[in-house]
Design a protein around this ligand. Structure first.
Ligand SMILES: Nc1ncnc2c1ncn2[C@@H]1O[C@H](COP(=O)(O)OP(=O)(O)OP(=O)(O)O)[C@@H](O)[C@H]1O
Length: 725
């Protein structure tokens, strides 16, 4: 088989993966499967694929975080290590030891209040690994619950693979990845959500990994890929990761408490405690390291449990709380660990490591790897065109919306029930004496409360945003493609909801007769619901917390409703702020202004209650009231403005709010981290200045103190003078 040849069936892809698995120790340094070559050849656009393996080194890496009160804290301290292609490196340590921070530092994903010093080199070069250079599998599996495993991977492939790649090759790659991750048995099962029973936790983990290895990344970071899995699933996942590394990839994973079988699969081990290196070297040599450091692993203990036992200072707290016989049992034990505190053991281990040959050889190796300037690995994320991304996202989102009962179907049901309620309450509202009040109230309820119910979709928006954020940070697609996809996919559902409920309401209440009047009413309802939808999406992009988002959304809509001109007439709304600009920003205001005109203009209402007309008879000065009269004198509406103008303002709001959604995502992505970083940096500077100031004043104080201290020389001279006199 020629190198770089594209395979066209799942079976062939599988064979290719298998055939590429090397014999012996199984390490192909810098090797690529033909499939990977195809992808990477596209990227670097050369005839012959150069060595695209990833050699990662980090030297004297320190991460300091700035806390809220301006204090700084070293989370990682002087770490040195490396990761080579064809190997899997495990980061281990007790909770809070800095494993995730190390992964974040290596993959350029540190929080904005964290500052890195030292060097991190990829193939001997400084690289900012953002948006797709390296794949990163996070701890939680943010997947779309309504899609099957195969669909999830297929959509992801379409979002990222080049448009020019034949469809059958894309399919082959998807099938190959499914086989590679051992997902064949559940390929057609849905991922699962609150109402759909789906795949197991271990399978979800494997799907998350499958999505990231789809583009054959050369460098793969995984944050606790086995957490929450039973031992068999954890073994399977780690075995798969080991298999991936044997394809010439560099795999770095943080692991919490591996079983002995899982532990044996690691090539290198990085042990961390309190942000310091306890050990870095071959995983198989860690056992000997601990024995030489004075902490041999007891014969019946799992080595990784033993290492973590030696490094977890929480055991000191546990021991301090033990009483009586339990305590005595610990003290009688032969284990050297029981004769000292864990803090002391950690200090000994870190000191021992610093002066060991492991440390020296790690530094030598880091220098050696860093000297070689390899390929610049910049995959640049997705290779699909913008149109393909927008199309795939629209399709995926549409499928999700149609399958997720909570997204629109539940809302449609509630809308129908509520509009039937409105219809029966305002049934045949007519043109009696106070019918215009009922019409006003009905419109206000429809455009106020009925649109308000759109916030019910917020949980689904939050889920969408989580998936978007994971995919975005891994470089799968851009913000514009996402906003377009979301907008287009929601459109048919919003049309369905607003047209069905609007139609029921319109004909039951018998609003102003006429097709154009009906059309205006449903268009108005549609625009309002779409605006609320965009508003809630914009909120979900900055407030990912479900409860907070609903509160914020409800608050904003409540304020808009207040200034809509129903609860207080437009001319009576206090001018500063509430009238200008709030009522003009409120979409309820435009909807009501338009609908009042749409409904009342051209109608004629009785001027007096039926009982009164019998008394006053023909003598009353005006028998009927026109809709125009009511619009001007009761609802204080500018009748010279066309209702279509109100509708066009509403539709421009739809566009503006969608743009707002786009801007909010961008702000959240670019501006917020910058502001947070700026605040953290200025807090750090202020604290440094304060400390410097304190130090200076202490120095002054000590100089003054020395100056004020009686001089011994003066004392001796004075004493001598006294004695001589
Ligand atoms: N951006 C940050 N701001 C403040 N503190 C931080 C930040 N990042 C990490 N820390 C602190 O650094 C320490 C290490 O955190 P990290 O998440 O890296 O630990 P971990 O070993 O991955 O823990 P776990 O196994 O529980 O996930 C913790 O005490 C954490 O609170």
């Amino acid at each position: 088989m020629k190198e770089g040849e594209v395979r066209s069936s799942a079976g062939q892809v599988m064979m290719e993966i298998e055939s590429n698995k090397p014999a012996g120790n199984g390490i192909v340094v810098g090797g690529l499967s033909p499939l990977s070559e195809t992808l990477w050849k596209e990227k670097i656009n050369t005839e012959f694929v150069s060595d695209v393996s990833a050699r990662l080194t980090w030297k004297d890496l320190t991460v300091t975080v700035t806390l809220g009160n301006g204090e700084t804290r070293k989370v990682l301290e002087g770490l040195t290590g490396y990761a080579e292609p064809g190997t899997i490196t495990a980061l281990m340590g007790p909770s809070g030891s800095g494993k995730s921070t190390l992964l974040d530092a290596l993959s350029s994903r540190l929080a904005t209040n964290a500052f890195l010093s030292g060097t991190v080199l990829l193939n001997g070069r400084k690289t900012k690994m953002s948006f797709g250079t390296a794949a990163y599998v996070t701890q939680d599996d943010t997947l779309i619950g309504t899609l099957t495993v195969r669909e999830t991977i297929s959509y992801s492939a379409r979002l990222r693979l080049p448009d020019m790649m034949p469809e059958e090759d894309k399919r082959a790659l998807v099938e190959g990845t499914i086989v590679e991750m051992g997902l064949q048995d559940c390929a057609d099962t849905v991922i699962g959500n609150w109402h759909l029973r789906g795949i197991s936790g271990g399978e979800k983990r494997r799907v998350s990994i499958a999505l990231e290895i789809l583009m054959r990344p050369r460098l793969l970071f995984l944050d606790e890929p086995t957490s929450g899995l039973d031992s068999a699933s954890a073994f399977f996942v780690t075995q798969t990761l080991r298999g991936l590394s044997r394809d010439g990839r560099t795999v770095i994973a943080s692991i919490h408490q591996p079983s002995s079988e899982v532990f044996e699969l690691f090539d290198r081990l990085y042990l961390l405690s309190g942000g310091k290196t306890v050990y870095f070297g071959q995983a198989s040599e860690a056992y000997e390291f601990f024995a030489r450091a004075g902490f041999p692993c007891p014969s019946l203990r799992n080595p990784s449990d033993h290492f973590l036992r030696c490094m977890n200072s929480d055991f000191d707290k546990v021991k301090a709380t033990l009483k009586g016989s339990m305590k005595a049992r610990f003290e009688r034990s032969d284990d050297p660990l029981e004769k000292m505190t864990t803090t002391e053991a950690i200090r000994r281990l870190t000191d021992f490591y610093r002066h060991s040959q492991y440390y020296d050889s790690a530094r030598e190796k880091v220098d050696e790897i860093s000297r070689v300037k390899g390929s610049v690995l910049d995959s640049g994320g997705s290779q699909a065109s913008f149109v393909m991304q927008a199309f795939t996202l629209t399709k995926r989102s549409f499928v999700n919306m149609s399958r997720d009962f909570g997204y629109y179907w539940l809302r449609l049901a509630i809308y129908l029930v509520v509009t039937i309620c409105i219809g029966t309450i305002y049934l045949n509202v007519g043109t009696g004496y106070n019918a215009f009040l009922s019409r006003g109230a009905c419109a206000s309820f429809v455009f106020g409360f009925v649109t308000f119910m759109s916030i019910g979709g917020f949980p689904s928006f939050v889920e969408d945003m989580k998936v978007f954020q994971r995919e975005r940070v891994n470089g799968h697609y851009g913000v514009s493609a996402f906003v377009i996809g979301n907008t287009l996919s929601a459109l048919p559902f919003l049309i369905l909801i607003t047209f069905t409920s609007g139609t029921i309401c319109y004909f039951m209440v018998r609003l102003h007769p006429g097709f154009m009047h009906y059309l205006f009413f449903v268009f108005c309802l549609h625009a309002c619901v779409t605006v609320v939808e965009s508003l809630m999406m914009a909120i979900a992009s900055v407030v990912p917390n479900f409860l907070m988002g609903i509160i914020v959304g409800a608050g904003i809509q409540g304020i808009f409703m207040l200034v809509s001109g129903f609860f207080r007439l437009p001319n009576d709304i206090p001018k500063p702020f509430w009238r200008y600009p709030m009522s003009y920003i409120s979409f309820h205001y435009w909807a009501l202004q338009g609908q009042y005109q749409n409904d009342l203009r051209g109608l004629v209402f009785d001027n007096q209650p039926p009982d009164l007309s019998m008394i006053t008879g023909e003598f009353f000065w005006m028998k009927n009231m026109t809709g125009e009269f009511i619009l001007e004198n009761v609802f204080e509406i500018d009748v010279n403005r066309s209702k279509w103008w109100d509708l066009s303002v509403l539709f421009s709001m739809v566009v503006i709010y969608r743009l707002l959604f786009f801007i909010m995502i961008k702000v959240n992505e670019d501006v917020t981290p910058w502001i947070r970083g700026y605040i953290a940096r200025s807090r750090r500077r202020r604290r440094r200045r304060r400390l410097q100031h304190k130090k200076n004043s202490n120095q002054h104080a000590s100089v003054d103190h020395v100056n004020r201290t009686p001089s011994l020389r003066v004392y001796v001279v004075e004493a001598e003078t006294c004695s001589s006199t």
